[in-house]
Design a protein around this ligand. Sequence first.
Ligand code: NAD
Length: 347
Amino acid sequence: MEILVKENNYKIDIEYKEDKKLRDYLLKNEEAKFLVITDENVFNLYEKRLKKIMNGLNYFIYKFPAGEKSKSMENYININKFLLENNFNRGDLIVAFGGGVVGDISGFVASTYLRGIDFISVPTTLLSMIDSSVGGKNGINFMNLKNQIGSFYFPKYVHIDYSFLESLDERNINNGLAEIFKYSVLKDKDFFDYLKSSKDLDYEKVIYKSLNIKLEFVKDDERDKGKRQKLNLGHTIGHGIESLSNYKLNHGESIGIGTIYMARASYKLGLAKDNFYKDLISAYENHKLPTHYDFDTEEILEILKHDKKIKNNLINVIIPVKIGEVINKKMDFNELRKLIELGKDDE
Ligand code: NAD
């Protein structure tokens, strides 16, 4: 399957064990040098496959330790040094081969080296396939702040091959799955029903649907000023939960719980006409996603006070009113406190 992102002029292919298509794309730039950026896990798993894809091309591989810590200024500088030392110029290309960490730092390097060189994204985690590889956001963490430095910059081509998911562990699958559920709650009740009732997901369909929903929200609002913010459903409480759990719950799991709490609060406030939050809980349980986390509301509020999205003491919260529809509400911390309390599981 393919998706054309006309606004930003790139193509996304969704394939299964289709390395030839990627290779054919790279061969179109036969004269260029390539820097494949990856992490050590992905490299160890896919070294042979990667080298076969790149065979005959003029390429280098740059790998770093897996994990969020590698989204650092130091790593950014080292990759730039490597590019410079190997005489990369404007006609050369970067290939991001890995999960969201690889994608975020590679895109940022590509956007700034020589004021921007082309890059191709080959996401290998479910989260990066359905989220970080499209939408144009890149970045690194700085002074302990996530994505504090970055850019909006789009790849030339995104090659998604969901056969890479076969080596991904359950936690990382869940991380992506919770974001997929989020897309369905934002926009598509049929998609939600499909996710809820299917044990073995058809990844081609799921990735295609997810990306189309994300792209619809990103379209005309790349810089996150309006409708793109709806993609933050579940994130307000979710960020707090992720941090309070000391990252025992991952990002996806935390925003999944955040979405349930918002849906429950929405019902209790009368914004939602029915108690669809119960559907959410049973759907998440079907896929072994967590649905509950005990926390102290004041502790969450303390964490949220440092959220970079707060303006004039108001925080923008996304509230689902039914499956397939959400609303935006700006509120102060007293209102947010009430909302969080209402969202708690008191049955
Ligand atoms: P990740 O890149 O750290 O990958 C998770 C783990 O899976 C790593 O240990 C990695 O080595 C391993 N891995 C990758 N592919 C594998 C495979 N095929 N088989 C086995 N193991 C594999 O994390 P992630 O969850 O992919 O992405 C998280 C990052 O993405 C965060 O830094 C987050 O800020 C960022 N993000 C960015 C955007 C955006 O729009 N730019 C959106 C969402 C998330």
